[in-house]
Design a protein around this ligand. Structure first.
Ligand SMILES: Nc1ncnc2c1ncn2[C@@H]1O[C@H](COP(=O)(O)OP(=O)(O)OP(=O)(O)O)[C@@H](O)[C@H]1O
Ligand SMILES: [Mg+2]
Length: 363
């Protein structure tokens, strides 16, 4: 069977990015607004597997078709240098005719020896902000803007450097925009950093679960397109099994196609088999890796949470673990940081990845 449509891996670009049209349109419209407008600086927040990396890839692809040169990076220490390199690389096709190196007095465009390659003096003397300013001007000559995509936003010196340069470049009227993505909690600690208050002004968009109705319609469309038949009941079951979690949507879709027999009919037993295989992968690729770096105490905390029932409150956890709330704070904070749990309300906790509580109860 044709099985290229679903690709259950992390950090890839899905065949089709579904269920986020509004979010995508809002950002793309921002790119058409004047420099400095609010939607040109957007921060996407979502838990593990919710589709942050895939969204940045999608936005990058679309923006590239609308005259933006893209720099896609993660917020690690080498980020400023990586942004410059990405812009030089991705912008170079627009300078194909200027490959020849120009030498001698007054040669080349100011700051550049040829194309988007800096002159030796510029390379030596200029820092990130000045280089960005030169690149923005040079790309603007070709009618191009600059879009920076930053994945896994966190609090770091590199992040601060890029943030303040961005503000200054906007102040200078450069055609630049920025889309960032991160775990809700990692970003909330970033937002307390004074130097990054500008992120507070960014448009913040939460990436939640996708509607299972949409997933059902998507499965229907995909299966029809490759000659697989599934009853409405099976489609409903398949969509419900994903619980709206994008990674699971890829997994369930992938196994359904893989197990479909020659006659193209998905029956109950295929559905069950696909769901089990998807759950195994979810355990191996999401749950087990989440648990590996955690301490025994972190695990006890999670297991106690899993036994709390519908609503998980600090009071319930305290009585289950027999610890003072002070001691619980340490585990709570660490688990919030890794994005395994979230605190929707004061004194209340929830699991962020579907089925994780069931897995913990079982293991
Ligand atoms: N809206 C979507 N439509 C289709 N597939 C999606 C969608 N969102 C995510 N996916 C798929 O789900 C999987 C997980 O997505 P992704 O890697 O972008 O998650 P993430 O939020 O970046 O996770 P992490 O926090 O672990 O980096 C990928 O296989 C991706 O292609
Ligand atoms: Mg990611």
């Amino acid at each position: 069977m044709n099985n290229y449509i679903f690709q259950p891996t992390f950090g890839n670009r899905p065949n089709e990015y579904i269920g986020r049209d509004e979010i995508i349109n809002q950002f793309m419209e921002g790119l058409r607004e004047p420099v400095g407008s609010r939607n040109r600086c957007t921060l996407f927040l979502g838990q593990r597997g919710m589709g942050k990396t895939a969204l940045l890839l999608e936005l990058g692809d679309r923006a590239a078709k609308q005259d933006f040169v893209i720099a896609r990076v993660t917020a690690y220490e080498g980020m400023p240098k990586a942004i410059i390199e990405q812009l030089q690389l991705n912008g170079s096709p627009f300078f194909k005719d200027e490959k020849r190196k120009v030498t001698g007095f007054n040669a080349g465009v100011f700051g550049f020896s040829f194309g988007l390659t800096f002159s030796e003096a510029a390379e030596r003397q200029y820092g990130f902000r000045s280089k960005m300013s030169l690149l923005c001007d040079r790309l603007a000559e070709k009618g191009k803007g600059v879009l920076i995509l930053i994945d896994e936003v966190c609090s770091s010196a590199a992040m601060r450097e890029v943030a303040s340069a961005y503000q200054e470049l906007v102040g200078d009227g450069k055609n630049i925009a920025i889309a960032m993505a991160g775990l809700p909690h990692a970003v909330s600690s970033v937002l307390n950093d004074k130097v990054l208050t500008f992120l507070n002004r960014a448009t913040k968009i939460e990436l939640g679960l996708i509607s299972t109705n949409l997933i059902k319609a998507y499965y229907n469309q995909v299966f029809e397109s490759i000659g697989i038949h599934a009853s409405d009941d099976i489609l409903h079951k398949a969509a419900a099994a994903t619980r709206g979690f994008p990674y699971l949507m890829q997994l369930v879709g992938y196994y359904l196609i893989r197990y479909t027999p020659e006659n193209g009919e998905i029956g109950e037993s295929i559905m069950d088999k696909a769901e089990k295989a998807a759950m195994n992968d979810l355990e191996d690729n999401v749950f087990k890796p989440i648990l590996v770096p955690l301490s025994d105490n972190d695990r006890f905390f999670l297991e106690a949470m899993a036994k709390c029932g519908e609503t998980i409150t600090t009071a319930k956890l305290q009585s289950k673990l027999g610890k003072k709330s002070q001691a619980l704070q340490t585990y709570r904070k660490r688990l919030l940081d890794v994005g395994v749990i979230a605190a929707p309300r004061r004194g209340e906790l929830v699991f962020t990845v579907p089925y994780f509580d069931e897995y913990l109860r079982k293991s």
